[in-house]
Design a protein around this ligand. Structure first.
Ligand SMILES: [Zn+2]
Length: 198
């Protein structure tokens, strides 16, 4: 810490503030910056006006595969990948930009975001650990988040083959809680993803 340049430290503080504003949990900040836990907690309190929540980060890859989260996760990851691969963005810069673009897209479509910042970060980490990968849908040619080693030959995405209405309602109740715009959001997010890949 002692020999770290002031400029580097300032950049890290700026990034931490941006991440906190976007909803990052403390673990994200601790992993992605060299700032001490004490400083991060102080920063968090200043930015959010409250102590950071305690508890573990979401841990399972399964959430990203369920229907609505999968559509949102796929949309976000496609944006992120494009920023890294096509625009040469550095990893965390791409992450923050992709998350903002994801929120902007949904706001334009008046759809509710399903993917929080910490979830989005977990998603990137799962890809980096090769637990998740993208798979091309044989129906719409969009690229969707799947578990690693999912057979890709006959893969059909959740937009081309939505679950039955009963399953959808039950799932949505569990995942989106009481969002009144959820139904419209689903459809719009679906259209969005297909549009983006077209
Ligand atoms: Zn499809």
């Amino acid at each position: 810490m002692a020999d770290k340049s002031l400029v580097t430290e300032m950049h890290q503080v700026q990034m931490a503030i941006e991440l906190i504003e976007l909803g990052a949990r403390l673990q994200v900040l601790e992993t992605e910056t060299d700032l001490s836990r004490a400083r991060l907690i102080k920063l968090y309190k200043e930015v959010r006006g409250m102590s950071p929540p305690k508890g573990m980060l979401p841990f399972s890859t399964d959430w990203f595969i369920t229907w609505l989260p999968n559509i949102h996760s796929s949309l976000f990851y496609n944006i992120y990948q494009r920023l890294v691969e096509d625009h040469g963005c550095e990893r965390m810069e791409a992450f923050v930009r992709a998350f903002k673009l994801y929120l902007e897209q949904l706001a334009l479509e008046e759809a509710e975001p399903v993917l929080g910042l910490t979830r989005a970060w977990t998603l990137i980490r799962f890809f980096e650990s090769n637990l998740l990968e993208l798979c091309k849908c044989t129906g719409c040619s969009g690229h969707y988040v799947v578990h690693a080693h999912t057979p890709s030959r006959d893969f059909v995405c959740g937009i081309c083959q939505p679950p039955s209405r009963a399953g959808k309602t039950r799932k949505r109740r569990a995942e989106v809680k009481d969002s009144p715009k959820a139904a419209a959001a689903d459809d719009r997010a679906s259209q969005l993803l297909v549009k983006r890949r077209a």
